[in-house]
Design a protein around this ligand. Sequence first.
Ligand code: FRU
Length: 471
Amino acid sequence: QSFAQDFRPNYHYTPPKNWVNDPNGLVYLDGEYHLFYQYNPFGDKWGHMSWGHAVSKDLIKWETLPLALPEIQNGDGSTTMIFSGCVVVDSFNTSGLFKAGFKKGLIAVFTSHVSKPGQDLAQHQSLAYSSDKGRTWKYFDKNPVLDIGLTNFRDPNVIWWPSEKKWIMTVVKPLEYIVQFYSSKDLKKWTFMSEFGKQGDMTKIWECPSLVKIPIVNTAETKWVLMISSGHRQAGYLAMQYFVGDFDGNSFKPQKQNEVFYVDEGKDFYAAVPFYNLPKNQKNPIIIGWTNDWEYANDIPAPDGYRGGFSVARKLSLYKTGNTYKLQQQPIISEKLTKEELFLSPGYSLNSKLGEKTANSYALSLDINLGTSKGFDLELLKTAEHYLKLRYDVASNMLSLDRINSGKTDFHQRFPSVESVKVMPEKNKLRLDILVDRTLVEVYVNGGKVVLTDLVFPERLKTVEVLKWRE
Ligand code: FRU
């Protein structure tokens, strides 16, 4: 293995080469999970957007397949890029695009972005279909299927509404902070139903909305959640916000929430969408996100020829706290979580050699009893000069992830950063499930009630972790 390959995440999917952004068309069919994604077949920066493709049997090991949906040359000097969208299984052949009785037709609903050099001409929603489990695709010959005359109107996410035998599309007007809902009987003709927006986080444009029904832990109830990729708690960065509420097949009514809720508090989790058509016994939605941030996305190091990647798959549930419901996320991994129970006491200092043994790719579960300490500093991916610092402060209940001194950070001035979030201990304990995977770190706090995902570029492959008590 080369130096560059050594920094490629081990149990997170990354493309063999070139640029990726949003996951697209997450769908399960016949024992196979599909991950399509925004992909540039020609380079390691954003451009020529097309859909790349990978499949997995277990959401853990992924196999890369050939390009699924290429950019289209229109013949008049304009091109149509294939922007983000979803894939549904048209099991009743509502579209009429498949042979009668065929139950396994896949339909991609995506944003067709038409442009000429230096000029954006249109964004509308279009279809492509596949009869061979996503291996080959045809563009629908009457595209687009939904055009309202805007240059910013995108990222359709479609679900099936069984009681009315209709499809529902969630789609966004990014610059207006408005999510719209449309319905269709055949995926080809769409009717406006309602809209929601102009609230919550409006520090950045809105993108990649999705509507998903999520079970509430320890009950038989569910709530609808609307996830939107938008701004970060820390102005200028990107993140995802969500609204919990009710959806009646026509419009979305949010619960009263005074604060804005974020799916992930780190800098590098964006554009996550749920899988469509999960196996019946899998009641909890599963999402995958793009692990990068538009603030510096095109500038992160790409030593091995690829730029950008994806989070592990995360299983979603809701839990009740006070009068609100909040998201809880559980990572799907095969890595064995190395468990350690710690009781912080004066002078406490853990110096685990875990990282050194595992070449910076491991999963660690710490159950930390705070004792009477004022908090702790956990230094991950530590070398003589650098470390990624996870700090907890008992007085303020603030947990922060600090990558200012984490290794290579000078490729963009916005990359060195710290994020902080309030986390209440449970029975004076903090549980941290930490996925460290070379250049990507996901921290799940208290069973995934808070999650932080950050890219980090340590300059060496052999590191250690150090945990220190704070007086
Ligand atoms: C989000 C996004 C989408 C768009 C795609 C283009 O990251 O900007 O809104 O469809 O990326 O690559």
